[in-house]
Design a protein around this ligand. Sequence first.
Ligand SMILES: Cc1cc2nc3c(=O)[nH]c(=O)nc-3n(C[C@H](O)[C@H](O)[C@H](O)COP(=O)(O)OP(=O)(O)OC[C@H]3O[C@@H](n4cnc5c(N)ncnc54)[C@H](O)[C@@H]3O)c2cc1C
Length: 459
Amino acid sequence: MKKSILNRLRDILGSLYCKTDMEDRVCYSYDSGCLHKVPDAILFPENACEISQVLKLANEERFCVIPRGAGSGMTGGSVPLHEGGVILSLLRLKNIKKIDSDNFISVVEPGVITGLFHREVEKTGLFYPPDPSSSDFCTLGGNAAECAGGPHAVKYGVTKDYILGLEVVLPTGEIIKTGVQTAKGVVGYDLTKLIVGSEGTLGVITELTLKLLPLPHAVCTMVVVFNSVENAATAVSEIIRTGIVPRTIEYMDKASIKCVEKFLDPEIVEKADALLIIEVDGTVRQTEEDMLNLKELCFAQKAVFVETAKNKSEVEKLWKARKSISSSLFRYGRDKINEDIVVPRNKIPDMVKKIEELRTKSGLYIVSFGHAGDGNIHFNIMLDKTDKKAFKKAELIINELFDYTIQLGGSISGEHGIGITKRSFIAKEINSVELNLMKKIKALFDPNNILNPDKIFPE
Ligand SMILES: Cc1cc2nc3c(=O)[nH]c(=O)nc-3n(C[C@H](O)[C@H](O)[C@H](O)COP(=O)(O)OP(=O)(O)OC[C@H]3O[C@@H](n4cnc5c(N)ncnc54)[C@H](O)[C@@H]3O)c2cc1C
Protein backbone atom coordinates (compact mmCIF):
# COMPACT_ATOMS: atom_id res chain seq x y z
CA MET A 1 0.00 0.00 0.00
CA LYS A 2 1.29 3.47 -0.92
CA LYS A 3 2.85 5.49 1.91
CA SER A 4 0.61 8.43 1.07
CA ILE A 5 -2.52 6.31 1.71
CA LEU A 6 -1.14 5.03 5.02
CA ASN A 7 -0.43 8.63 6.04
CA ARG A 8 -4.02 9.62 5.28
CA LEU A 9 -5.27 6.64 7.31
CA ARG A 10 -3.06 7.79 10.20
CA ASP A 11 -4.56 11.28 9.88
CA ILE A 12 -8.06 9.80 10.26
CA LEU A 13 -7.34 7.36 13.10
CA GLY A 14 -4.15 8.54 14.80
CA SER A 15 -0.86 6.60 14.35
CA LEU A 16 -1.53 4.37 17.37
CA TYR A 17 -4.63 2.97 15.70
CA CYS A 18 -3.15 2.23 12.29
CA LYS A 19 -0.72 -0.66 12.69
CA THR A 20 1.67 -1.75 9.97
CA ASP A 21 4.37 -3.77 11.81
CA MET A 22 4.74 -7.30 10.45
CA GLU A 23 4.12 -8.79 13.95
CA ASP A 24 0.70 -7.10 14.12
CA ARG A 25 -0.17 -7.86 10.53
CA VAL A 26 0.56 -11.58 10.96
CA CYS A 27 -1.72 -11.69 14.03
CA TYR A 28 -4.59 -10.43 11.89
CA SER A 29 -3.89 -12.64 8.87
CA TYR A 30 -6.17 -15.57 9.74
CA ASP A 31 -9.44 -16.58 11.39
CA SER A 32 -10.46 -19.98 12.82
CA GLY A 33 -10.83 -21.49 9.37
CA CYS A 34 -7.17 -22.32 8.66
CA LEU A 35 -6.82 -19.68 5.88
CA HIS A 36 -4.06 -17.14 5.93
CA LYS A 37 -3.16 -13.89 4.12
CA VAL A 38 -1.21 -11.00 5.60
CA PRO A 39 -2.99 -7.62 5.30
CA ASP A 40 -1.16 -4.34 4.61
CA ALA A 41 -2.43 -2.63 7.77
CA ILE A 42 -4.80 -3.05 10.68
CA LEU A 43 -7.09 -0.17 11.56
CA PHE A 44 -8.76 0.31 14.95
CA PRO A 45 -11.44 2.99 14.51
CA GLU A 46 -13.30 4.38 17.51
CA ASN A 47 -16.64 5.27 15.92
CA ALA A 48 -18.84 5.22 12.81
CA CYS A 49 -17.54 8.60 11.69
CA GLU A 50 -13.93 7.37 11.44
CA ILE A 51 -15.12 4.22 9.64
CA SER A 52 -17.00 6.39 7.17
CA GLN A 53 -13.85 8.39 6.41
CA VAL A 54 -11.81 5.19 5.93
CA LEU A 55 -14.38 3.78 3.49
CA LYS A 56 -14.55 7.04 1.53
CA LEU A 57 -10.77 6.95 1.20
CA ALA A 58 -10.92 3.29 0.14
CA ASN A 59 -13.28 4.26 -2.71
CA GLU A 60 -11.01 7.11 -3.74
CA GLU A 61 -7.82 5.02 -3.66
CA ARG A 62 -9.41 1.63 -4.43
CA PHE A 63 -8.05 -0.49 -1.60
CA CYS A 64 -9.96 -3.33 0.10
CA VAL A 65 -11.36 -3.08 3.63
CA ILE A 66 -12.13 -6.25 5.59
CA PRO A 67 -14.25 -5.85 8.76
CA ARG A 68 -13.22 -8.04 11.66
CA GLY A 69 -14.65 -8.82 15.09
CA ALA A 70 -12.77 -11.48 17.07
CA GLY A 71 -11.66 -13.48 14.02
CA SER A 72 -13.40 -16.64 15.27
CA GLY A 73 -15.20 -17.17 11.95
CA MET A 74 -14.76 -20.57 10.32
CA THR A 75 -14.86 -19.68 6.62
CA GLY A 76 -12.24 -16.98 6.08
CA GLY A 77 -14.73 -14.07 6.24
CA SER A 78 -12.30 -11.74 8.02
CA VAL A 79 -9.22 -12.87 6.06
CA PRO A 80 -8.05 -10.75 3.11
CA LEU A 81 -8.48 -12.45 -0.23
CA HIS A 82 -6.36 -10.09 -2.33
CA GLU A 83 -3.09 -8.19 -1.94
CA GLY A 84 -3.38 -4.70 -0.54
CA GLY A 85 -6.21 -5.13 1.96
CA VAL A 86 -6.62 -3.45 5.33
CA ILE A 87 -8.32 -5.09 8.32
CA LEU A 88 -10.91 -2.92 10.03
CA SER A 89 -11.04 -4.17 13.62
CA LEU A 90 -14.28 -3.33 15.45
CA LEU A 91 -12.90 -4.19 18.88
CA ARG A 92 -12.72 -0.58 20.13
CA LEU A 93 -16.46 -0.17 19.63
CA LYS A 94 -17.31 -2.13 22.75
CA ASN A 95 -19.94 -0.18 24.70
CA ILE A 96 -23.19 -1.61 25.92
CA LYS A 97 -25.10 1.64 25.47
CA LYS A 98 -28.41 0.62 27.01
CA ILE A 99 -30.20 -2.35 28.58
CA ASP A 100 -33.84 -1.28 28.70
CA SER A 101 -35.81 -3.65 30.93
CA ASP A 102 -39.08 -1.74 30.35
CA ASN A 103 -38.98 -2.38 26.61
CA PHE A 104 -36.89 -5.58 26.54
CA ILE A 105 -34.27 -4.14 24.21
CA SER A 106 -30.58 -3.36 24.35
CA VAL A 107 -28.43 -1.07 22.23
CA VAL A 108 -24.82 -2.18 21.81
CA GLU A 109 -21.71 -1.56 19.77
CA PRO A 110 -20.42 -4.38 17.56
CA GLY A 111 -17.19 -5.13 19.44
CA VAL A 112 -18.97 -6.28 22.63
CA ILE A 113 -18.00 -9.88 23.45
CA THR A 114 -21.13 -12.04 23.29
CA GLY A 115 -20.55 -13.92 26.59
CA LEU A 116 -19.91 -10.68 28.45
CA PHE A 117 -23.17 -9.29 27.05
CA HIS A 118 -25.03 -12.41 28.28
CA ARG A 119 -23.75 -11.83 31.80
CA GLU A 120 -24.64 -8.12 31.83
CA VAL A 121 -28.14 -8.77 30.52
CA GLU A 122 -28.74 -11.60 33.01
CA LYS A 123 -27.85 -9.29 35.91
CA THR A 124 -31.04 -7.36 35.06
CA GLY A 125 -33.22 -10.51 34.93
CA LEU A 126 -33.25 -10.57 31.12
CA PHE A 127 -32.01 -13.08 28.55
CA TYR A 128 -30.31 -12.81 25.14
CA PRO A 129 -30.63 -16.33 23.66
CA PRO A 130 -28.13 -16.45 20.72
CA ASP A 131 -25.07 -18.20 22.17
CA PRO A 132 -22.54 -19.50 19.65
CA SER A 133 -20.16 -21.96 21.30
CA SER A 134 -17.48 -19.31 20.75
CA SER A 135 -19.37 -16.82 22.97
CA ASP A 136 -16.39 -16.40 25.35
CA PHE A 137 -14.49 -14.58 22.61
CA CYS A 138 -16.66 -13.75 19.54
CA THR A 139 -18.37 -10.36 19.11
CA LEU A 140 -22.00 -9.32 18.67
CA GLY A 141 -21.06 -7.60 15.39
CA GLY A 142 -19.47 -10.79 14.05
CA ASN A 143 -22.55 -12.75 15.18
CA ALA A 144 -24.80 -10.35 13.25
CA ALA A 145 -22.60 -10.46 10.14
CA GLU A 146 -22.64 -14.28 10.17
CA CYS A 147 -26.16 -14.66 11.60
CA ALA A 148 -24.64 -16.94 14.22
CA GLY A 149 -26.58 -19.81 15.72
CA GLY A 150 -25.55 -21.95 18.66
CA PRO A 151 -26.95 -24.50 21.12
CA HIS A 152 -30.03 -22.44 22.04
CA ALA A 153 -31.26 -22.18 18.45
CA VAL A 154 -33.49 -25.28 18.81
CA LYS A 155 -35.94 -23.36 20.96
CA TYR A 156 -35.03 -19.72 20.48
CA GLY A 157 -33.84 -19.31 16.88
CA VAL A 158 -30.71 -17.55 15.65
CA THR A 159 -29.14 -14.07 15.75
CA LYS A 160 -31.40 -12.57 13.05
CA ASP A 161 -34.44 -13.28 15.25
CA TYR A 162 -33.06 -10.87 17.88
CA ILE A 163 -31.90 -7.93 15.77
CA LEU A 164 -34.46 -5.15 15.60
CA GLY A 165 -32.28 -2.52 14.01
CA LEU A 166 -28.77 -1.56 12.99
CA GLU A 167 -26.53 1.40 12.39
CA VAL A 168 -24.40 0.62 9.36
CA VAL A 169 -21.65 2.43 7.49
CA LEU A 170 -22.21 1.66 3.82
CA PRO A 171 -19.20 0.75 1.67
CA THR A 172 -19.54 4.22 0.08
CA GLY A 173 -19.22 5.88 3.50
CA GLU A 174 -22.81 6.98 4.23
CA ILE A 175 -24.14 6.10 7.67
CA ILE A 176 -27.64 4.58 7.74
CA LYS A 177 -30.03 3.37 10.43
CA THR A 178 -32.17 0.34 9.61
CA GLY A 179 -35.12 -1.23 11.41
CA VAL A 180 -36.78 -0.06 14.59
CA GLN A 181 -36.33 0.33 18.34
CA THR A 182 -39.82 -1.07 18.91
CA ALA A 183 -41.20 -4.60 19.18
CA LYS A 184 -42.38 -4.43 15.55
CA GLY A 185 -42.24 -2.20 12.44
CA VAL A 186 -42.78 -2.78 8.71
CA VAL A 187 -41.87 0.44 6.95
CA GLY A 188 -40.06 -0.18 3.67
CA TYR A 189 -37.86 -3.11 2.69
CA ASP A 190 -36.25 -4.98 5.58
CA LEU A 191 -32.65 -3.76 5.22
CA THR A 192 -31.82 -5.12 8.67
CA LYS A 193 -32.48 -8.71 7.58
CA LEU A 194 -30.54 -8.12 4.35
CA ILE A 195 -27.44 -6.95 6.18
CA VAL A 196 -27.60 -9.60 8.92
CA GLY A 197 -25.79 -12.65 7.54
CA SER A 198 -24.18 -10.68 4.69
CA GLU A 199 -20.73 -11.62 6.05
CA GLY A 200 -19.31 -8.11 6.12
CA THR A 201 -19.85 -7.54 2.40
CA LEU A 202 -22.69 -4.98 2.40
CA GLY A 203 -21.72 -2.62 5.22
CA VAL A 204 -19.92 -2.21 8.52
CA ILE A 205 -22.24 -2.66 11.49
CA THR A 206 -21.52 0.02 14.10
CA GLU A 207 -24.53 -0.35 16.40
CA LEU A 208 -27.15 -3.03 17.05
CA THR A 209 -30.57 -2.83 18.69
CA LEU A 210 -31.28 -6.26 20.17
CA LYS A 211 -34.44 -7.91 21.41
CA LEU A 212 -34.31 -9.43 24.90
CA LEU A 213 -36.51 -11.97 26.69
CA PRO A 214 -37.27 -12.59 30.37
CA LEU A 215 -34.67 -14.87 31.95
CA PRO A 216 -36.13 -18.38 32.42
CA HIS A 217 -36.64 -19.31 36.10
CA ALA A 218 -34.96 -22.70 35.84
CA VAL A 219 -32.59 -24.59 33.54
CA CYS A 220 -31.88 -28.34 33.78
CA THR A 221 -29.11 -30.16 31.94
CA MET A 222 -28.63 -33.85 31.27
CA VAL A 223 -26.25 -36.05 29.37
CA VAL A 224 -27.60 -39.06 27.50
CA VAL A 225 -25.30 -41.85 26.31
CA PHE A 226 -25.94 -44.18 23.37
CA ASN A 227 -23.99 -47.15 22.04
CA SER A 228 -24.57 -46.16 18.43
CA VAL A 229 -24.74 -42.87 16.52
CA GLU A 230 -27.91 -44.08 14.79
CA ASN A 231 -29.72 -44.50 18.14
CA ALA A 232 -28.64 -41.01 19.25
CA ALA A 233 -29.84 -39.50 15.97
CA THR A 234 -33.18 -41.32 16.12
CA ALA A 235 -33.65 -40.06 19.69
CA VAL A 236 -33.17 -36.46 18.48
CA SER A 237 -35.80 -36.84 15.75
CA GLU A 238 -38.15 -38.53 18.23
CA ILE A 239 -37.78 -35.72 20.83
CA ILE A 240 -38.64 -33.11 18.19
CA ARG A 241 -41.58 -35.21 16.92
CA THR A 242 -43.17 -35.50 20.36
CA GLY A 243 -43.33 -31.70 20.71
CA ILE A 244 -41.12 -31.25 23.80
CA VAL A 245 -38.94 -28.26 22.97
CA PRO A 246 -35.60 -28.42 24.82
CA ARG A 247 -33.49 -25.30 24.53
CA THR A 248 -30.51 -27.45 23.57
CA ILE A 249 -29.87 -30.83 21.98
CA GLU A 250 -26.14 -31.11 21.29
CA TYR A 251 -24.62 -34.20 19.69
CA MET A 252 -21.11 -35.66 19.97
CA ASP A 253 -19.79 -38.75 18.16
CA LYS A 254 -17.17 -41.13 19.58
CA ALA A 255 -14.20 -39.23 18.12
CA SER A 256 -15.34 -35.90 19.60
CA ILE A 257 -16.03 -37.55 22.99
CA LYS A 258 -12.50 -38.98 22.92
CA CYS A 259 -10.85 -35.65 22.27
CA VAL A 260 -12.49 -33.93 25.27
CA GLU A 261 -12.60 -36.98 27.57
CA LYS A 262 -10.73 -35.20 30.36
CA PHE A 263 -13.81 -33.05 30.97
CA LEU A 264 -16.22 -36.01 31.05
CA ASP A 265 -17.14 -38.63 33.64
CA PRO A 266 -15.00 -41.78 32.87
CA GLU A 267 -18.17 -43.92 32.94
CA ILE A 268 -19.59 -41.82 30.11
CA VAL A 269 -16.41 -42.05 28.06
CA GLU A 270 -16.32 -45.81 28.50
CA LYS A 271 -19.95 -46.44 27.53
CA ALA A 272 -20.54 -43.84 24.83
CA ASP A 273 -20.39 -44.25 21.10
CA ALA A 274 -22.43 -41.06 20.91
CA LEU A 275 -23.95 -38.66 23.40
CA LEU A 276 -26.47 -35.89 23.63
CA ILE A 277 -26.40 -32.90 25.96
CA ILE A 278 -30.02 -31.90 26.49
CA GLU A 279 -31.10 -28.77 28.31
CA VAL A 280 -34.61 -27.57 29.13
CA ASP A 281 -35.68 -24.25 30.61
CA GLY A 282 -38.86 -22.62 31.92
CA THR A 283 -40.58 -22.74 35.30
CA VAL A 284 -39.22 -25.16 37.90
CA ARG A 285 -42.28 -27.41 37.57
CA GLN A 286 -42.16 -27.40 33.77
CA THR A 287 -38.46 -28.24 33.59
CA GLU A 288 -38.85 -31.11 36.09
CA GLU A 289 -41.71 -32.53 34.06
CA ASP A 290 -39.81 -32.15 30.77
CA MET A 291 -36.73 -33.87 32.24
CA LEU A 292 -38.77 -36.88 33.36
CA ASN A 293 -40.46 -37.19 29.96
CA LEU A 294 -37.17 -36.81 28.11
CA LYS A 295 -35.48 -39.43 30.27
CA GLU A 296 -38.24 -41.91 29.54
CA LEU A 297 -38.17 -41.13 25.86
CA CYS A 298 -34.37 -41.52 25.63
CA PHE A 299 -34.46 -44.92 27.34
CA ALA A 300 -37.21 -45.95 24.92
CA GLN A 301 -34.77 -44.95 22.15
CA LYS A 302 -32.09 -47.33 23.55
CA ALA A 303 -30.09 -44.84 25.63
CA VAL A 304 -27.66 -46.81 27.82
CA PHE A 305 -27.08 -44.15 30.46
CA VAL A 306 -28.74 -40.87 31.48
CA GLU A 307 -27.34 -38.47 34.04
CA THR A 308 -28.76 -35.14 35.22
CA ALA A 309 -26.26 -32.45 36.21
CA LYS A 310 -26.63 -31.93 39.96
CA ASN A 311 -25.08 -28.51 40.31
CA LYS A 312 -23.62 -25.53 38.44
CA SER A 313 -20.11 -26.98 38.36
CA GLU A 314 -21.33 -30.23 36.69
CA VAL A 315 -23.20 -28.16 34.11
CA GLU A 316 -20.12 -26.04 33.45
CA LYS A 317 -17.95 -29.15 33.06
CA LEU A 318 -20.31 -30.59 30.45
CA TRP A 319 -20.31 -27.33 28.50
CA LYS A 320 -16.54 -27.10 28.82
CA ALA A 321 -16.36 -30.50 27.12
CA ARG A 322 -18.74 -29.49 24.34
CA LYS A 323 -17.15 -26.09 23.72
CA SER A 324 -13.61 -27.49 23.66
CA ILE A 325 -14.18 -29.94 20.81
CA SER A 326 -13.39 -27.55 17.99
CA SER A 327 -9.92 -26.61 19.26
CA SER A 328 -9.10 -30.09 20.66
CA LEU A 329 -9.56 -31.63 17.23
CA PHE A 330 -6.05 -30.60 16.24
CA ARG A 331 -4.87 -33.62 18.26
CA TYR A 332 -6.00 -35.64 15.24
CA GLY A 333 -4.44 -33.66 12.42
CA ARG A 334 -2.53 -30.52 11.47
CA ASP A 335 -5.30 -29.16 9.27
CA LYS A 336 -9.07 -29.14 9.54
CA ILE A 337 -11.70 -29.06 6.84
CA ASN A 338 -14.79 -27.89 8.65
CA GLU A 339 -18.34 -28.01 7.30
CA ASP A 340 -21.63 -27.22 9.03
CA ILE A 341 -24.41 -28.77 7.02
CA VAL A 342 -28.00 -28.60 8.22
CA VAL A 343 -30.81 -31.02 7.38
CA PRO A 344 -34.51 -31.24 8.27
CA ARG A 345 -34.66 -32.67 11.78
CA ASN A 346 -36.41 -35.88 10.78
CA LYS A 347 -33.52 -36.56 8.39
CA ILE A 348 -30.80 -36.51 11.05
CA PRO A 349 -30.70 -40.35 11.25
CA ASP A 350 -30.15 -40.48 7.45
CA MET A 351 -27.36 -37.93 7.72
CA VAL A 352 -25.46 -39.66 10.54
CA LYS A 353 -25.71 -42.94 8.61
CA LYS A 354 -24.22 -41.18 5.58
CA ILE A 355 -21.41 -39.73 7.69
CA GLU A 356 -20.56 -43.22 8.96
CA GLU A 357 -20.56 -44.46 5.36
CA LEU A 358 -18.21 -41.63 4.27
CA ARG A 359 -15.90 -42.34 7.21
CA THR A 360 -15.61 -46.07 6.37
CA LYS A 361 -15.33 -45.53 2.63
CA SER A 362 -12.65 -42.81 2.78
CA GLY A 363 -10.54 -44.01 5.72
CA LEU A 364 -10.14 -40.30 6.59
CA TYR A 365 -10.24 -39.01 10.17
CA ILE A 366 -13.80 -37.67 10.33
CA VAL A 367 -15.28 -36.15 13.48
CA SER A 368 -18.88 -35.00 13.76
CA PHE A 369 -20.71 -33.11 16.47
CA GLY A 370 -23.03 -30.15 16.68
CA HIS A 371 -26.44 -28.67 17.22
CA ALA A 372 -28.45 -31.79 16.40
CA GLY A 373 -31.65 -30.27 17.77
CA ASP A 374 -31.83 -28.01 14.75
CA GLY A 375 -30.36 -30.53 12.31
CA ASN A 376 -27.00 -28.73 12.20
CA ILE A 377 -24.06 -31.16 12.17
CA HIS A 378 -20.44 -29.98 12.18
CA PHE A 379 -18.51 -32.33 9.93
CA ASN A 380 -14.72 -32.15 10.28
CA ILE A 381 -11.99 -33.91 8.38
CA MET A 382 -8.63 -33.79 10.16
CA LEU A 383 -5.66 -34.21 7.84
CA ASP A 384 -2.39 -32.78 6.62
CA LYS A 385 -3.23 -30.63 3.57
CA THR A 386 0.22 -31.25 2.08
CA ASP A 387 -0.79 -34.92 1.75
CA LYS A 388 -2.21 -34.45 -1.76
CA LYS A 389 -3.85 -37.86 -1.93
CA ALA A 390 -5.74 -37.36 1.36
CA PHE A 391 -6.71 -33.81 0.37
CA LYS A 392 -8.14 -34.97 -2.99
CA LYS A 393 -10.09 -37.69 -1.20
CA ALA A 394 -11.42 -35.12 1.30
CA GLU A 395 -12.61 -32.88 -1.55
CA LEU A 396 -14.58 -35.75 -3.07
CA ILE A 397 -16.09 -36.60 0.32
CA ILE A 398 -17.18 -32.99 0.89
CA ASN A 399 -18.78 -32.90 -2.55
CA GLU A 400 -20.70 -36.07 -1.78
CA LEU A 401 -21.71 -34.74 1.66
CA PHE A 402 -23.07 -31.51 0.17
CA ASP A 403 -24.96 -33.32 -2.61
CA TYR A 404 -26.58 -35.62 -0.08
CA THR A 405 -27.43 -32.68 2.21
CA ILE A 406 -29.27 -30.94 -0.61
CA GLN A 407 -30.96 -34.18 -1.63
CA LEU A 408 -32.33 -34.42 1.94
CA GLY A 409 -33.74 -30.87 1.65
CA GLY A 410 -30.93 -29.34 3.73
CA SER A 411 -28.45 -26.51 3.33
CA ILE A 412 -24.64 -26.52 3.00
CA SER A 413 -24.19 -24.05 5.87
CA GLY A 414 -26.34 -23.72 8.96
CA GLU A 415 -24.36 -20.95 10.66
CA HIS A 416 -20.73 -20.56 9.57
CA GLY A 417 -21.50 -18.83 6.27
CA ILE A 418 -19.78 -19.13 2.90
CA GLY A 419 -16.80 -16.75 3.21
CA ILE A 420 -13.92 -18.01 1.10
CA THR A 421 -13.96 -21.72 1.86
CA LYS A 422 -17.44 -22.58 0.54
CA ARG A 423 -17.55 -20.23 -2.45
CA SER A 424 -17.08 -23.01 -4.95
CA PHE A 425 -20.08 -24.93 -3.56
CA ILE A 426 -22.68 -22.16 -3.29
CA ALA A 427 -24.06 -22.85 -6.77
CA LYS A 428 -25.12 -26.30 -5.57
CA GLU A 429 -27.80 -24.60 -3.50
CA ILE A 430 -28.48 -21.20 -5.10
CA ASN A 431 -29.35 -21.02 -8.79
CA SER A 432 -27.83 -18.58 -11.28
CA VAL A 433 -30.84 -16.21 -11.28
CA GLU A 434 -30.69 -15.91 -7.49
CA LEU A 435 -26.90 -15.57 -7.50
CA ASN A 436 -27.05 -12.81 -10.11
CA LEU A 437 -29.64 -10.96 -8.03
CA MET A 438 -27.32 -11.19 -5.00
CA LYS A 439 -24.37 -9.93 -7.06
CA LYS A 440 -26.46 -6.95 -8.23
CA ILE A 441 -27.32 -6.14 -4.61
CA LYS A 442 -23.62 -6.25 -3.73
CA ALA A 443 -22.79 -3.94 -6.67
CA LEU A 444 -25.52 -1.50 -5.63
CA PHE A 445 -24.18 -1.27 -2.09
CA ASP A 446 -20.52 -1.35 -3.08
CA PRO A 447 -20.02 -0.05 -6.65
CA ASN A 448 -16.21 -0.10 -6.40
CA ASN A 449 -16.10 -3.54 -4.71
CA ILE A 450 -13.91 -2.35 -1.84
CA LEU A 451 -15.67 -3.96 1.15
CA ASN A 452 -14.66 -7.59 1.74
CA PRO A 453 -14.58 -8.14 -2.04
CA ASP A 454 -15.22 -11.47 -3.77
CA LYS A 455 -16.34 -13.31 -0.65
CA ILE A 456 -19.42 -15.58 -0.84
CA PHE A 457 -19.66 -15.67 -4.67
CA PRO A 458 -17.99 -18.35 -6.82
CA GLU A 459 -14.77 -17.20 -8.52
C1 LIG B 1 -14.68 -22.83 19.04
C2 LIG B 1 -15.66 -22.18 18.10
C3 LIG B 1 -17.01 -22.43 18.25
C4 LIG B 1 -17.94 -21.82 17.40
N1 LIG B 1 -19.26 -22.07 17.59
C5 LIG B 1 -20.17 -21.46 16.82
C6 LIG B 1 -21.57 -21.71 17.03
O1 LIG B 1 -21.97 -22.45 17.93
N2 LIG B 1 -22.43 -21.08 16.20
C7 LIG B 1 -22.03 -20.24 15.21
O2 LIG B 1 -22.86 -19.68 14.50
N3 LIG B 1 -20.71 -20.00 14.99
C8 LIG B 1 -19.78 -20.58 15.76
N4 LIG B 1 -18.44 -20.34 15.55
C9 LIG B 1 -18.03 -19.44 14.44
C10 LIG B 1 -17.84 -17.96 14.86
O3 LIG B 1 -17.51 -17.86 16.23
C11 LIG B 1 -19.06 -17.13 14.54
O4 LIG B 1 -19.24 -17.05 13.15
C12 LIG B 1 -19.01 -15.70 15.08
O5 LIG B 1 -20.25 -15.08 14.83
C13 LIG B 1 -17.89 -14.84 14.50
O6 LIG B 1 -17.76 -13.67 15.28
P1 LIG B 1 -16.39 -12.84 15.28
O7 LIG B 1 -16.59 -11.65 16.14
O8 LIG B 1 -15.26 -13.72 15.63
O9 LIG B 1 -16.33 -12.40 13.76
P2 LIG B 1 -15.12 -12.51 12.73
O10 LIG B 1 -14.69 -13.92 12.59
O11 LIG B 1 -14.12 -11.49 13.04
O12 LIG B 1 -15.88 -12.09 11.38
C14 LIG B 1 -16.85 -12.91 10.81
C15 LIG B 1 -17.45 -12.20 9.59
O13 LIG B 1 -18.18 -11.06 10.02
C16 LIG B 1 -17.69 -9.87 9.43
N5 LIG B 1 -17.80 -8.85 10.48
C17 LIG B 1 -17.32 -8.90 11.75
N6 LIG B 1 -17.70 -7.80 12.43
C18 LIG B 1 -18.42 -7.04 11.57
C19 LIG B 1 -19.11 -5.79 11.68
N7 LIG B 1 -19.15 -5.09 12.80
N8 LIG B 1 -19.74 -5.32 10.58
C20 LIG B 1 -19.75 -6.00 9.42
N9 LIG B 1 -19.13 -7.19 9.28
C21 LIG B 1 -18.49 -7.70 10.33
C22 LIG B 1 -16.28 -10.20 8.98
O14 LIG B 1 -15.90 -9.43 7.86
C23 LIG B 1 -16.41 -11.67 8.62
O15 LIG B 1 -16.92 -11.81 7.32
C24 LIG B 1 -17.49 -20.94 16.37
C25 LIG B 1 -16.12 -20.68 16.22
C26 LIG B 1 -15.21 -21.28 17.08
C27 LIG B 1 -13.76 -20.98 16.91
